[in-house]
Every structure is written in structure tokens, then in C-alpha cells.
Design a protein around this ligand. Structure first.
Ligand code: UD1
Length: 364
């Protein structure tokens, strides 16, 4: 059996790493699943891409489409064209896409049009927010996916509601959590820990990159000021996504010194910080899953989430995008009233084993 594994942007790397590890492990036992790792090049900086390959032990991609930055349509069309050429040289038995980034959707379309079956890891989740490119990517990808590997019962229900039959839905858990649990005892103290004299549970981690939080400088400034003013002098560690960096540069000089901005951190250093923090404030989806498993309070600056179990079971709360919601939430945190949360079913570190076991039995 020959698989294409697609990665493109930062959140893909932790989802694919344990799948590759499982294929390699089975290979050592004489099983013959072969794969081609295709990097679209959507993320290309060392700290958005290369460092994850090294830290998570992902092999060099067999192919890099080097697509780089661009508008949504430019990236989509470039990835489709590049991947289609590759497919015409050699078609896999199955194309595996993960998550919800532009690379996920573009490669799924290119594969399906050349009659290659598609499996979607993290299929079926929905935010119902069509202003997010990721939601469009999810809906389009799932509309042409053959096999769905899901992280939650909510995802299963969404798929069934869309007419997907049960024999194509496999509730397996969360490969991102496979990576988290595998890497947890290797988390690495970043140099800023000593530079800033950080102490356990005595600082906040902040990440922001969604267009509706960061693209307008006035709104971004308001958000940051609310976070600073309500956190009562606690250090705020802010690894800044390149998209956000471009906007923040216009006013970063005048921000309070309780905010420490850094370049995006590697996986092991970032999660070292998260695990020891008092709380995380974010607009990411994946981080809400990681904080849930590590039991760290998480405030999400979005109006909706495609990962509702992080709220109903985990430590996450949706604050919305109005910065006025930050102060009351911070009050709750600082008075030790935050919920403790529990870990969703099958987020147990063994998801990739289940996925590869199922794939090995598919008649492709
Ligand atoms: C993408 C994903 C998002 C994911 C996020 C994580 C889509 C639609 N969005 O958003 O789901 O949560 O990645 O990071 O696929 N840039 C660099 N260096 C890089 C990559 C990007 O400087 O290595 C710059 C680009 O030039 C661009 C900005 O960052 O100006 C945004 O990059 P882009 O890939 O368009 O989307 P993200 O906002 O990163």
C-alpha cells in the first residue's frame, strides 16, 4: 500500500508526526505500508516549519512544492497545480490530509479529481463560522473525503447529518494529542524562562493570529491593552505569529513592559511554557486541545469553536472577540475559580495506531 501524507502549515506537523512514526514502527515489524511525505511549503520559515521537523522527528519531505505566501486563491491554486503534477507522475492508493489549512483542502481536491481516494484526519469538525477560511477548507475537504478519522462524537454527528454513512466514519481520537503525550517528557525550557525569571503558574501565555483579531491595528491594540490591564502585572509571554508581527510593529514600542514578545517558539519550548503557565489566552484551535489535556486554563478569543469538547469537557472558555470579556474572565482565573476539566474520550496517545490499523485493512 502506498500513501501520500500531506503537510503544509504549522498545525499539520504535529498531526502527521505520530502517523509517520506508526508507519515506520510497523515497517520494522515487516509490514509494507510505503508513503510519500509531501510538504506544500505553505509555511516555510524555520520557526514555522523546519524546527518542527527536527523536534518531532519528521523525516525530510520527499517533495516540497515550495508554494510560499499568497492570497487564499493564490495558495490554493499553486498547491493544486503542484500536487496535481506530482500525482500525474505517481498516484498513491490513498491521500491522507490532516486538519483544516489551505493545503488540506487543495490537496484533497487535486487527489479526488484524479480518482485518488482521500482520508481526512480530524474530519467532521465545524465552527459554523463561514468567515474563517479554515471552515471553508473543512467543508470542502469533507464533501469529497472517502474516509473520516474523527476526534469527537460531535464530529461524527456532524458527518452523519451531512449524509456520511457510518462505515466511512472512524472515531479514533486526536493525533495532536499523540504528539503531545509522546513529547511531554522532552519539553525544553526556552532561554526566555531564565531571562525573564519566570516561575511556575506565575505568567500568562498569549498567542494571536486570526485575521479578525490581528489584521486591524486598532482592535489588536485594544485587545492587548485589555489583557495587560486585567492581568495585574503578571508577565505575559507572547510568541508572535508572522502575520501578527506585521501589524504589531507599528505600535509595539508603546506596549507595557509586562508583555514580552518573542519569535514563534519551537514545539518543545512552547509547550514547556504552556504546561507551567497560569493560563493561556489564544485564538488557536489546536492549543485549546493541548491545554485541555495538560489541565491548563485557556481563554479563547473567538466567537465559536470547532472543538466544543474543549469547552464542555476541558479547560477552555470561549470569550468571543469583544475585548470587554477579558477582564471578568481574568478575575475568575485570579480568584482561583477556573474549572478543572477532564480529557475527552480517546485522546489517549494511541490514535495513530488506530488509524494505521484501519487503513491497513481498507480495500483500496
Ligand atoms: C495558517 C492556517 C491556520 C493555522 C495557521 C497556524 C490557513 C487558511 N490558515 O494561517 O489555520 O492556524 O496557519 O500558523 O491555511 N508567513 C511567514 N512565514 C511562514 C508562513 C507564513 O512569514 O513560514 C506569513 C505569510 O507571509 C503571511 C502570514 O504569515 O503574511 C500568514 O500566513 P498564511 O500561511 O497565509 O496563514 P496563517 O495566518 O499562518
Amino acid at each position: 500500500m502506498f500513501l501520500d501524507l500531506i503537510v503544509g502549515a504549522r498545525p499539520n506537523f504535529m498531526k502527521i508526526a505520530p502517523i509517520i512514526r506508526e508507519i515506520e514502527r510497523r515497517g520494522d515489524q515487516g509490514n509494507t505500508i510505503k508513503y510519500r511525505l509531501v510538504h506544500t511549503g505553505q509555511h516555510y520559515d524555520r520557526n514555522m516549519s523546519g524546527s518542527f521537523f527536527e523536534e518531532l522527528g519528521i523525516p525530510e519531505p520527499h517533495v516540497n512544492l515550495n508554494i510560499g505566501s499568497g492570497t487564499q486563491a493564490e495558495q490554493t491554486s499553486g498547491i493544486m497545480t503542484g500536487y496535481e503534477k506530482l500525482l500525474m507522475q505517481q498516484k498513491p492508493d490513498l491521500c491522507i490530509v490532516v486538519g483544516d489549512v489551505t493545503s488540506t483542502m487543495a490537496c484533497a481536491i487535486a487527489a479526488k479529481k484524479l480518482l485518488v481516494k482521500v482520508a481526512h484526519v480530524e474530519g467532521g469538525i465545524r465552527s459554523d463560522d463561514m468567515t474563517m477560511p479554515e471552515e471553508i477548507n473543512r467543508i470542502v475537504t469533507d464533501s469529497i473525503t472517502d474516509y473520516f478519522f474523527t476526534t469527537s462524537e460531535t464530529a461524527n454527528a456532524n458527518l452523519r447529518r451531512n449524509g456520511v454513512s457510518n462505515d466511512r466514519i472512524f472515531f479514533v481520537g486526536n493525533t495532536m494529542i499523540d504528539t503531545l503525550l509522546f513529547a511531554r517528557n522532552r519539553f525544553r525550557k526556552p532561554s526566555l524562562w531564565d531571562e525573564l525569571d519566570l516561575k511556575d503558574r506565575n505568567y500568562i501565555v498569549l498567542t494571536l493570529h486570526r485575521p479578525n483579531n490581528v489584521d486591524d491595528p486598532v482592535n489588536l491594540r485594544w485587545l492587548l491593552d485589555e489583557i495587560i490591564n486585567s492581568s495585574k502585572g503578571l508577565p505575559i509571554i507572547f510568541p508572535v505569529h508572522p502575520r501578527t508581527r506585521k501589524i504589531i510593529n507599528s505600535f509595539s514600542e508603546s506596549l507595557s513592559s509586562t508583555v514580552s514578545m518573542a519569535d514563534p517558539l519551537g514545539y518543545l519550548e512552547f509547550n514547556y511554557l504552556v504546561e507551567r503557565s497560569l493560563a493561556v489566552i489564544t485564538d488557536s484551535g489546536g492549543i485549546t486541545e493541548e491545554t485541555t489535556v495538560m489541565g491548563v486554563p485557556c481563554m479563547t478569543l473567538r466567537d465559536s469553536t470547532e472543538r466544543p469538547e474543549t469547552v464542555t469537557m476541558g479547560t477552555n472558555e470561549l470569550l468571543g472577540t469583544n475585548p470587554d470579556a477579558i477582564a471578568p474572565a481574568m478575575q475568575k482565573l485570579l480568584s482561583d475559580q477556573w474549572k478543572k476539566g477532564s480529557i475527552p474520550p480517546l485522546w489517549d496517545g494511541h490514535t495513530s495506531e488506530r488509524i494505521i490499523e484501519i487503513i491497513s485493512k481498507l480495500s483500496l
